[in-house]
Design a protein around this ligand. Structure first.
Ligand code: ADP
Length: 396
């Protein structure tokens, strides 16, 4: 069964065509600069990569063009669109409405719309993607898979903020958490590797956006991102945790308004703001190696905060069987994994420095043989989870 997985952003569209029974990715790609000029980066099996400039005034032209590329001429991987059984959409915010993935109907669309104030950049773009698919392929089922759903198992004491309670009951002000699809996939893989009935797993999803999740017996019980993805770790361009008193201070000192401050904390802070070099950690690591002081401090700050959360989640879980690293930084930056783990021997974490340096795109264990806590590197695969959930719901 072929599932088309879509992740529609405000000016971009990521897609994968997956055979869910064999896990084969038939084609994948990214349309960028939608509404500006339009460029598609497309990849077909066996590493055939293409970059095509094509006008994409709206998401509709982008999706139409993608369907053409999948079905026509020398780029075709299917004879026609009928071979696609269903479409799985990544949706960032499912609020308290969605505890799992769901088939999309009018009611689901209304709820995703109602959640726009909580995800003003993401949910409108997802809705566009859904509506265009319904228009272009009216007979095909659409499924929504939410970034927040996996964290809906968090207990109240972990998701409430310490503010007046009526703001939770009236305005749904609480921690939701994100990257849920990735935390689910990685913790599930870790549980298989542990071969344990009951498990305490900490997943570190370290990419441009980063979050950590405490997973007990397969369920999320705490996570670092909050009402929005701004809370928690220091990220590519996001500050992560910060004293809320910073906001009025900046309002006055820099004559900013609320939107400018949110922009400053979301887009100008984190690795970019501290290093003054880039939000791309590879460039910062290189500068640190060349002796750049700020780059060095930036890396130490980042690792320090990851270590703090690992310890705090070991406390929340009452121990830890495995720490997992995933996403761009977690999967590739051995130097970060080594720094994070050193100093954690007191909770049974002992990294094997040689195993840590091995580069592979597979699940692997990088702890010393006698380390009480396992350390896993597990490449994430959110698209596959979306395809699987879509398949299960459509089949049912
Ligand atoms: P996104 O959150 O956009 O999906 P990714 O998961 O792709 O991001 O992660 C992007 C981050 O991973 C960037 O900061 C990039 O520098 C970092 N990264 C990728 N490869 C390496 C590497 N070999 N060493 C260090 N950092 C890396």
């Amino acid at each position: 069964m072929l599932i088309l997985v879509l992740n529609a952003g405000s000016s971009s569209l990521k897609y994968q065509l997956i055979d869910v029974e064999t896990a084969e990715v038939k084609a994948n790609g990214l349309c960028e600069r939608i509404g500006i000029d339009g460029v598609m980066k497309h990849e077909i099996a066996e590493n055939r990569k293409l970059t095509i400039d094509h006008p994409m005034p709206t998401h509709k032209e982008a999706i139409e063009f993608m369907l053409n590329i999948l079905t026509q001429n020398d780029t075709k991987v299917i004879e026609n669109i009928d071979e696609i059984s269903a479409i799985g959409h990544r949706v960032v915010h499912g609020g308290e409405y969605f505890k799992e993935s769901t088939i999309i109907d009018k009611n689901v669309i209304q709820k995703i719309e109602r959640l726009i104030p909580l995800a003003p950049l993401h949910n409108p773009a997802h809705l566009l993607g859904i509506k265009i698919c319904q228009e272009l392929m009216p007979e095909k089922p659409n499924v929504a898979v939410f970034d927040t759903a996996f964290h809906q198992t968090m207990p109240e004491e972990n998701y409430l903020y310490a503010v007046p309670h009526e703001d939770y009951t009236e305005h749904k002000l609480r921690k939701y958490g994100f990257h849920g699809t990735s935390h689910y996939y990685v913790s599930n893989e870790a549980i298989k590797m542990l071969q344990k009935e009951q498990s305490k797993v900490i997943v570190c999803h370290l990419g441009n956006g980063s979050s950590i999740c405490a997973v007990k017996d397969g369920k999320s019980i705490d996570t670092t991102m909050g009402l929005t993805p701004l809370e928690g770790l220091m990220m590519g361009t996001r500050s992560g945790d910060i004293d809320a008193g910073v906001i009025p201070y900046l309002l006055e000192k820099k004559d900013m308004d609320a939107n400018q401050i949110i922009d400053y904390l979301n887009k100008k802070s984190g690795i970019l703001g501290v290093s003054g070099i880039s939000s791309d950690l590879r460039e910062v690591i290189k500068a640190a190696k060349d002796g750049d002081q700020r780059a060095n401090i930036c890396i130490e700050m980042m690792c320090n905060r990851i270590r703090k959360y690992i310890c705090s989640y070991a406390g929340v879980l009452g121990g830890v069987d495995a720490i997992c690293f995933t996403a761009g930084i977690g999967e590739n930056a051995d130097i970060i994994r080594e720094k994070v783990c050193s100093g954690l021997e007191f909770i049974g974490v002992e990294i094997d420095k040689n195993k840590n340096k091995i580069r592979e795109k597979t699940n692997r264990e990088i702890n010393k043989t006698d380390s009480k806590t396992k350390i896993f590197v597990i490449p994430t695969n959110e698209e596959f989870v979306i395809a699987q959930d879509t398949y299960k719901l459509v089949k049912a």
